[in-house]
Design a protein around this ligand. Structure first.
Ligand SMILES: [Mg+2]
Length: 164
């Protein structure tokens, strides 16, 4: 189990604080982005200015692609439209199929691709199963700020210790 749970970069930062030059240093050219919790709070469609600016700056350097487990095409397509990004909804992470389709579409080598997400058991596991880089970020609240205590992640990390 160890390999699929491995986080290449456990940033402890919200996405908008992830440095683009740091990503470049790691050789990243293409980023698959989780949506709920990573770019927006899962109960909100309001994309904060910080996140929008991060996306605008990142687009100048990287190829970006949204990959969400949310089953609502309406929600994810609206967010994708606002950010002008390609997307997949209902991606069933940690299952590989949809993520592999996105990887095929972007046409980058797996070593040049990273997935950024707020959960180990979906985003990180699917990233490892697809042999791409994995980056964990802090979950966002309704105000677009990182939540102080992420119970889901704490439980996932605790379980990870036992299944290693
Ligand atoms: Mg998420």
């Amino acid at each position: 189990m160890r390999s699929v749970l491995k986080v290449n970069w456990d940033s402890n930062l919200p996405i908008y604080a992830i440095s683009q030059s740091e990503l470049q240093k790691k050789g990243i050219k293409c980023i698959l982005l989780d949506v709920d919790g990573t770019l927006v709070n899962r109960k909100s469609t309001n994309i904060s200015k910080d996140v929008k600016n991060w996306i605008i700056e990142s687009k100048k350097i990287f190829s970006l692609y949204l990959i969400s487990n949310n089953p609502s095409k309406k929600r994810i397509s609206e967010i994708a439209k606002e950010l002008n990004l390609r997307y997949k909804y209902n991606a069933s992470k940690p299952r590989k199929k949809v993520t592999l389709n996105a990887i095929k579409e972007v046409k980058y080598e797996v070593k040049d691709i990273a997935i950024i997400g707020d959960r180990i058991f979906t985003d990180i596991i699917v990233g490892n199963r697809c042999n791409i880089n994995t980056i964990l970020v802090k979950r966002l609240n309704r105000d677009g700020l990182p939540i102080k205590f992420n119970l889901t992640l704490a439980i996932e990390k605790l379980i990870s210790i036992f299944i290693k």
